[in-house]
Design a protein. Structure first.
Length: 332
């Protein structure tokens, strides 16, 4: 079996983009508990200004939504990053392996640092070193594949570089992972800004469909989605017609169709938006119902996370201990 690892950051409510771009792929695969690890990466939420109570609340909500989406703790390991100390132990070794230039070239660092500076906030050092912690998240488990959205591919490529460099300098220690992307809707875009990713921490939620949005809210957001000027009809063209292409990608991901073929069935934007809204509402209905059940019984979620952290710790500790010895540290 191929070991996979992926995580979700509790910086906002999970979105349709998170679900179509990553979570559904996690659920659909056939795994064993020790071969599929999914993590609420709460430490990554501390790299920017945050409300501690909100981080705790969103961490629990994210774990609950992952279970509601269909992750089965009998077939995977679900846990919270901060519950497993090996992540931070290995992160420092990754900082000692990476270079300043590599970390500063990360696109997300550039974008977030620019926003922080524009708002008058200081840029936290952890925002720069975030990819080193992400590399530790992945490498601690001997991960072979990392199912992620397109926006995280650069970080996985850096993780590969760090693994190779560490192995060359200190002896073979880490498995070199690769990123895997879903075939459709790898990057769902904002309905109001179709050239920007549908991000859960975006200040304006008008173009974001959250997994817990009520059906009426979903329909309103989809029907108000930005399309494109011109009288060329419904055509799938990501470069010239990003708004329509985004709707077609979402519809294709919800229904299992092909966005190019779907475009041929529409003569106008109104019917397309109606079908997209219907498809999204039906897609989210069972997830929302299951979330309501789990949210009413927090002991179930707590048990899953506690047992998941225990399994994750058992897997990660030998790898991290081996890395410590390899790099020159005395065994305790």
């Amino acid at each position: 079996m191929t070991r996979i690892f992926s995580g979700v950051k509790p910086t906002g409510h999970l979105t349709l983009g998170n679900y179509l771009g990553a979570v559904r792929q996690w659920v659909s695969a056939d795994h064993e508990p020790d071969e599929a690890l999914f993590c609420v990466v709460d430490l990554h939420a501390l790299t920017v200004e945050h409300d501690p109570a909100r981080v705790r609340r969103l961490s629990r909500q994210a774990a609950t939504l992952l279970l509601a989406a269909g992750l089965d703790p009998r077939r995977c390991t679900l846990f919270v990053q901060s519950h497993v100390d090996e992540h931070t132990r290995l992160a420092y070794l990754m900082e000692c392996t990476a270079t300043d230039g590599e970390l500063r070239r990360m696109i997300q660092y550039k974008e977030k640092a620019t926003r922080a500076q524009a708002s008058g906030e200081g840029v936290r050092l952890s925002l720069l070193t975030y990819p080193a912690l992400m590399a530790a998240d992945i490498l601690a488990y001997g991960t072979e594949e990392v199912p992620v959205g397109e926006d995280q591919r650069q970080h996985v490529e850096l993780t590969r570089d760090l693994a190779v460099r560490f192995n060359q300098r200190y002896g073979h220690t880490f498995t070199v992972p690769k990123a895997t992307l879903p075939a459709v809707a790898a990057r769902v875009m904002d309905l109001q800004e179709p050239t920007s990713k549908m991000g859960k921490s975006h200040a304006n939620g008008a173009g974001i469909v959250y997994l817990l949005d009520e059906p009426g809210v979903v329909r309103k957001k989809v029907m108000r989605a930005v399309t494109d000027s011109g009288d060329g009809g419904v055509v799938y063209d990501r470069e010239e017609r990003p708004g329509v292409a985004n709707l077609l990608d979402i519809l294709a991901a919800c229904t299992g169709g092909d966005p190019v073929a779907l475009a041929e069935g529409y003569g106008g934007y109104g019917s397309l938006k109606q079908d997209v809204a219907d498809a999204v509402v039906e897609l989210l209905r069972p997830l929302q119902e299951r979330h309501a059940e789990l949210a009413g019984d927090t002991a179930v979620v707590d048990k899953v996370l506690r047992e998941g952290a225990g399994r994750a710790r058992e897997l990660a500790r030998p790898v991290v201990d081996r890395a410590y010895r390899a790099i020159g540290l005395l065994a305790p």
